[in-house]
Design a binder for this molecule. Sequence first.
Ligand code: CP
Ligand code: NVA
Length: 331
Amino acid sequence: FAPRHLLSIADLTPAELTTLVRNADAHRQAIKSGSTPKSLAGALAGKTIAMTFSKRSTRTRVSTEGAVVAMGGHPMFLGKDDIQLGVNESLYDTAVVISSMVSGIVARVGPHSDVADLAKHSSVPVINALSDLYHPLQTIADFLTVHTAFPSAANTSSSNTLGLEGLKLAWVGDANNVLFDLAIGAAKLGVDLAVATPAGYEIPAAMRQVIANAAAGAPKPGKLLETRVPEEAVKGADVLVTDTWVSMGQEEEKARRLKAFEGFQITSELAKRGGAKDGWRFMHCLPRKPEEVSDEVFYSNRSLVFPEAENRLWAAISAIEAFVVNKGKIQ
Ligand code: CP
Ligand code: NVA
């Protein structure tokens, strides 16, 4: 049997994404009130989860290690200078060898094809911990954050919905890996998303198609609006979101990017000029640099960035439970 992998939010049905977020929320509440759910306690006892990371990480590393330990397993962190991969050994050989000794692999890579190839040749589930195209664990945490910040008027406790339909997110900044999975998730969950990027930094056509496919498969798809005008994206938004303008691996483009993104910093003046909703909130996956958001927004009581970061732990528990413990059965 080929294992089921989590490489992108596109791999999930709308109902599965909803369940992963709801499970993350339930685990958060249970563990914070002092009781580890029975389904989690010891679920990974005696098992190892390999973490092959070719790039730096704070949140993804800490949350994944914490999640594995919460389930009684052993997280084995394998940074790029620790293993033979890429220097003395191929991705194929590495995938076959590591997967023969562990129960799951959480992998942070450069090109998305690396995590796709790893998954193809792995005999155990692979979870993408960031590639140049997708960041599914971040998206699960982000919708948990929105769900918690905007408790729905609808009674969502007995139905499999997050009650987010009709909310509007505004992304102002670079069209990158974090945005792509967020956009796919928004389409699936009925959340509208407006994206403002400078000319030359738009969502690539192939990715626009992936997002459109996600919308086509959703019962009440969220709408995607693209613009070059930050104010237009912000209009009527419930949440303003951004990420760094210079992702890991783009360091050489830094000067050009900082120039291209001038005028795209999220500030309260922008929110006001653009007409964001009165109760607008701010999200950022972190790590944050000052150019994409002012301190005055980032450290304000509108900012959800620190609960959003903590939610990475609950998202990791939910995803590892679904893909490693329950072998891709998301229930
Ligand atoms: N948001 C996020 O993935 O952060 P790290 O790079 O610190 O893991
Ligand atoms: N877009 C950023 C996200 C880091 C979590 C990067 O790829 O570096």
